[in-house]
Design a protein around this ligand. Structure first.
Ligand code: CP
Ligand code: NVA
Length: 312
């Protein structure tokens, strides 16, 4: 290892969950994301990651995550390499420990989208460069950076506000629980029985998190309603079963009418209109889903800059 890399290693930070950063660091990333957004909108060229390379490992499909990370690196003067298990040794059983050592000896930062969360933890343990969680079965922290940025842009500070999660207690729900604690808002979670979020993660959310099985009650006077698909990637064969289990957990105009009149609606996308959300809600005036999707670019640029130690 050369001395530059050794230095970097001593200060190595990963982003596997929102808890890897302090609440102040997360807030500064949200602020910086807005600055980077206006710099880009003003046509300013800013290349803090010139000659740097992001390795992108995707074991599940993606549109937003891939394009936002790749575009972010190009705008920052660097490059991104797309790696899929179909055409690398990752898909042929090369040990994660070996892959982590090899990839991190060549690229400067790595993002991974995979199934088991433990896989990304192992990868990070053996990586000599920062590792970013671009979605696992348990968490999707990058999406939360964009979601918080979007809320802040529309309504100001999220501290003390109420957010209602309706649907599956999945990876997005878990990251919302972490966000509730870190950004200090109240999160009300409404899921069908048997689809609640992980108990340990809920417990860590402490007073910031409450479960409410009735979605109409859960949405009462809330500032933001959020949902996600009923069957996540890897659960495709459960689609039918889930459609009936989640039938009463659709975000529709009745649910939105319980929320504050100026409540926002978010969805990480891709969405299924007519399942977890009706078209009139997701395409209606309270929905900010496309601003939310665009903010993946700006917030992840702020994250890349931070993890690479390049924040001005
Ligand atoms: N929201 C999100 O992560 O989208 P992709 O699956 O398209 O990356
Ligand atoms: N919960 C969804 C999020 C997709 C961005 C999934 O894991 O498929």
């Amino acid at each position: 290892m050369n001395s530059q890399r050794e230095n970097n290693n001593n200060m190595l930070r990963h982003f596997l969950t929102l808890n890897d950063l302090t609440s102040d660091e997360l807030r500064s990333i949200i602020y910086r994301a807005q600055e980077l957004k206006s710099m880009r909108n003003n046509g300013e060229i800013y290349e803090p990651l010139k000659n740097k390379v992001l390795g992108m490992v995707f074991e599940k499909s993606s549109t937003r995550t891939r394009v936002s990370f790749e575009t972010g690196m190009i705008q920052f003067g660097g490059q991104a390499i797309f790696l899929s298990p179909r055409d690398t040794q990752l898909g042929r059983g090369e040990p994660i420990e070996d892959s982590a050592r090899v990839l991190s000896s060549m690229v400067d930062i790595i993002m991974i989208r995979t199934f088991e969360h433990s896989k990304i933890e192992t990868f990070a343990k053996y990586s000599s460069v920062p590792v970013i969680n671009a979605l696992t079965d348990i968490y999707h922290p990058c999406q939360l950076l964009a979601d918080i940025q979007t809320f802040v842009e529309n309504r100001g500070d999220i501290r003390g506000k109420t957010v209602t999660w309706i649907g599956d207690g999945n990876n997005m729900c878990h990251s919302f629980i972490n966000a509730a604690k870190q950004f200090d808002f109240q999160l009300v979670i409404s899921t069908p029985e048997g689809f609640e979020p992980d108990k340990v993660i809920v417990a860590h959310g402490g007073d910031n998190v409450r479960l409410e099985s009735d979605p109409m009650q859960a949405a009462k006077d809330t500032d933001l309603v959020v949902t996600d698909v009923w069957a996540s990637m890897g659960q495709e064969e459960e689609q039918r079963l889930r459609e009936s289990a989640f039938a009463n957990y659709q975000v529709n105009s009745q649910v939105m009418s319980q929320a504050k009149p100026d409540a926002l609606f978010m969805h990480c996308l891709p969405a299924h209109r007519g399942e977890e959300v009706t078209a009139d809600v997701i395409d209606g005036p309270q929905s900010v889903v496309f601003q939310e999707a665009e903010n993946r670019l700006h917030s992840q640029k702020a994250l890349l800059e931070f993890l690479m130690g390049k924040t001005p």
